[in-house]
Design a protein around this ligand. Structure first.
Ligand code: DGT
Ligand code: CA
Ligand code: CA
Ligand code: ZN
Length: 567
């Protein structure tokens, strides 16, 4: 088990004990341990020896340490198995529903014998939840809504950053195989889709022993199939990984086929057919003879197409575009990005000081970055009041770290569309991001009006994570996107592509809509810690899926040129 899985077990123990009514201290010890393990900067698996964990971890006593060692050595935790005996595990599922904590789970179980989500739904629909203590019609209908949301989102698709990390680990391991010649990950991961069903890896190698090597990777917990040219495994993280071994002369054809999307492949096959050829994963065939297949470029070329970047392969007009223009748009690349203008510091809910963030962005080679902490309405984040942000300006003025630090804020859009800082503050700022974090439930008309009012504020510069959706967790707010984009264009408010894998907001379909309307964009990581600063690449991937070029993205420019958009 890795750190994340160990933390999950500790959380699960905390939840079970909590529902069972154990003392706060005992419950909390496990929850805190989960948090500690999650935040460890090293892999616990590398830290154990015969005597236990090599380094003392604050807050982890003998008992918890023994559990960690057991989990790493056996992949199991006998304590959690023990307390699960006779415990209705459906209760843990109910806990995953937004707004339901252990207290409510206990209440529903004790009063109505509810053990599963379907039972909870039935009770809600029958109007039985509202009869319970501290519940009412409103909380009942909110629970029903949350159940709906949950069933819609309880997908087994993995977030792109987790899939990427896993793919990199597998690829590093495969590279240890001595006959390895070429490796390429394909599928939805190469197309930079926001969520990934499974990881597809393609290799060219002297194949003897390759599949044994792959299937004996320490992270593999289940081998679904092991063949000579194809194997499928389940990793400890739960992600499936498919490996295919192909001959070098078919590598391009296979890479194209397994990159997909399926819809793109089907159109490409039709195109080949019209030319009297056959396209499959072995090559572009004229009868028995391959006329292309070693490279993807070769296949596209023979079909009269320029190289189509993987992110565009969605059969959403890319083939028609290529045939018509003979070249594809020059999509924005990570190396075009010159700064990150949505970041947080300890002035609100960021984990690092401005100086630490500055050092990190400087090391990335950026020309500038903006500190954009939350405004006061986001009290849960320790949002800033006037005095706080003025204090922040003084600190920024004093810092001399060799990178331009822009004074900014992520100001909340209040319910009526006004902003959560006065004009006196806003007019002093280099970067004003307007974000809706609250009132996501307004109806579409009211929400549209509210957002447009905020966009029309003369100090607004960037609309942060415009839809508010959270990947696999929360759907987007209900509003008229087309009208809001029109307002952004008219008022010169750039649209953010929030690169945090949890958000990835806006996504391709809106980006293309907005680009057509003449909007400008900014790709930001919304970093709350150093490790988030690497999310930029995921944002760039989404921008490329939306066909954006460097000229559409303001933070590919120098600060001087970027600023000109708002003047
Ligand atoms: P995922 O894994 O659900 O996130 O999405 P993909 O696109 O990675 O799909 P996957 O892993 O099932 O298959 C990888 C690629 O293989 C897919 O993008 C296109 C190709 N492929 C799979 N099945 C078919 C098929 O029935 N017809 C065609 N033309 N291509 C297919
Ligand atoms: Ca896949
Ligand atoms: Ca697959
Ligand atoms: Zn933010």
């Amino acid at each position: 088990m890795d750190n994340k899985q160990i933390a999950e077990v500790f959380n699960e123990i905390g939840n079970i004990l909590d529902i069972k009514g154990e003392s706060f201290f005992r419950v909390n010890a496990y929850r805190r341990a989960a948090l500690t393990v999650t935040n460890l900067p090293y892999d616990l698996r590398k830290m154990i020896d015969g005597a236990g964990i090599k380094e003392k971890i604050p807050g982890i006593g003998k008992d918890l340490e023994a559990k960690i060692v057991e989990m790493i050595e056996t992949g199991k935790c006998s304590f959690v198995d023990k307390i699960k005996v006779g415990f209705p595990v459906g209760l843990l599922e109910i806990l995953k529903i937004r707004g339901i904590g252990p207290k409510k789970v206990k209440l529903f179980y004790n009063e109505l014998a509810i053990k599963t989500i379907p039972e909870l739904k039935k009770a809600g629909e029958a109007g039985m939840l509202r009869t319970l203590e501290k519940m009412g019609e409103k909380s009942e209908s909110e629970i029903l809504k949350a159940i709906d949301e949950f069933s819609q989102f309880s997908s087994d698709r993995t977030m792109i950053n987790e899939a990427q990390m896993e793919a990199e680990r597998v690829i590093a391991y495969l590279n240890e195989f001595k006959g390895m010649k070429r490796i390429q990950f394909c599928g939805s991961l190469r197309r930079r889709q926001e969520t990934i069903g499974d990881i597809d890896i393609l290799v060219v190698a002297d194949g003897e022993g390759l599949m044994e090597h792959f299937c004996s990777f320490e992270d593999v917990i289940n081998v679904i199939a092991q063949g000579d040219t194809k194997s499928s495994v389940i990793m400890a993280s739960g992600i499936q990984c498919d490996l295919r071994l192909v001959p070098d002369e078919s590598f391009g054809a296979a890479a194209h086929y397994f990159t997909g999307s399926k819809e793109h492949n089907i159109r490409m096959r039709d195109l080949a057919k019209k030319k009297g050829l056959k396209l499959n994963e072995y090559g572009l065939m004229d009868g028995d003879k391959a006329v292309a297949g070693k490279t993807e470029e070769g296949i596209f070329k023979k079909l009269g197409l320029p190289f189509i970047p993987p992110e565009m392969r969605q059969n959403s007009g890319e083939i028609e575009y290529g045939l018509k223009h003979g070249k594809m748009p020059a999509l924005v690349e990570l190396k075009d990005i010159r700064g990150d203008v949505h970041t947080h510091s300890t002035y609100s809910d960021g984990k690092k000081s401005i100086a630490e963030m500055a050092k990190c962005f400087k090391a990335k080679g950026y020309d500038y970055f903006a500190v954009t902490d939350h405004s006061a309405a986001m009290a849960v984040t320790g949002g800033m009041k006037d005095a706080d942000i003025r204090r922040q300006w003084k600190e920024i003025d004093k810092l001399d770290v060799g990178i331009k630090i822009l004074k900014g804020c992520e100001v909340d859009i209040l319910k009526d569309g006004t902003l959560d800082f006065s004009d006196e503050i806003l007019k002093e700022l280099d970067i004003v991001i307007i974000s809706a974090h609250m009132f996501g439930q307004l109806d579409s008309d009211e929400q549209t009006k509210r957002l447009i009012a905020a966009v029309e504020n003369k100090y607004s510069m960037i609309m942060g994570h415009p839809t508010g959706r959270l990947v696999n967790k929360r759907k987007e707010m209900d509003f008229n996107m087309s009208k809001v984009i029109d307002a952004c264009v008219a008022n010169k408010v750039a649209l953010e592509i929030n690169a945090n894998p949890m958000r990835l907001d806006l996504v391709d379909k809106y980006l293309r809509m907005a680009q057509e309307k003449g909007a400008k964009f900014v790709i930001n990581t919304d970093s709350h810690d150093i490790r988030h600063t690497d999310f930029m690449d995921f944002g760039v991937g989404v921008a490329r899926r939306g066909w954006l070029e460097a000229k559409d993205v303001l933070n590919t420019k120098s600060w001087k040129d970027m600023k000109a958009y708002w003047i």
